[in-house]
Design a protein around this ligand. Sequence first.
Ligand code: PGA
Length: 247
Amino acid sequence: MKKKLIAGNWKMNGSLAANEALVKALLAGLATPACQVALCVPSIYLGQLQTLVAGSAIEMGAQDLSAHEAGAFTGETSAAMLREFGVRYCLVGHSERRQYHFETDALVAAKAQRALAGGITPIVCVGETLAEREAGKTEEVVKRQLAAVIHANGHCISEIVVAYEPVWAIGTGKTASTEQAQQVHAVLRAQLHAASEHADRIHILYGGSMNAANAAQLLAQPDIDGGLVGGASLKAPDFLSIIASAR
Ligand code: PGA
């Protein structure tokens, strides 16, 4: 059985001092985790993180990358640049990127493709808004978002990670119930199986107000292979407790 993956998403939080204190506290409490652990941090801090986590069980993640290989794209960061700093994972299509930066399904698919070509595992985020859930469109929306990535990436699809993050549960303290989450994860799993005979190895993470109190129950679901953790990843005791419940 594959190990679970717990990825922290710091979003646009942190400072040199705060990062150092947080990562040192995590390393002190981590020993040998039963799961895989990654931190997706603002790109500007990747160099600092690389030094802090060297030789440890914590893997490095970024929060976004360019869909282009290199060139005149002011403000963007390429897959090759991320690799140079030891980045293993990169979030792609987080709902905040889709919402505030107008990222489309096609752009998200292109970014996933660029990440894979550059040796980085994209963590492809999908999820419905509250209005979409209330309109009964949850499955339609997440399947459409994932289909774009499957279409663009063909047989490489077994190399991605998927994160189901209901938009209404992100940063709101409202978690999807274990049943709601498992139901969507099963839909995504079936879609991945239809696309690849190696779909079993794909991690499908749950994200959206995962915390120390609800993680164990969510992670016990058959199709929940880990978590993408925002707010709770900024507090060492909370993040360590989520990691401890991922076995
Ligand atoms: P949250 O964020 O855990 O703070 O809800 C999750 C995410 O947006 O990745």
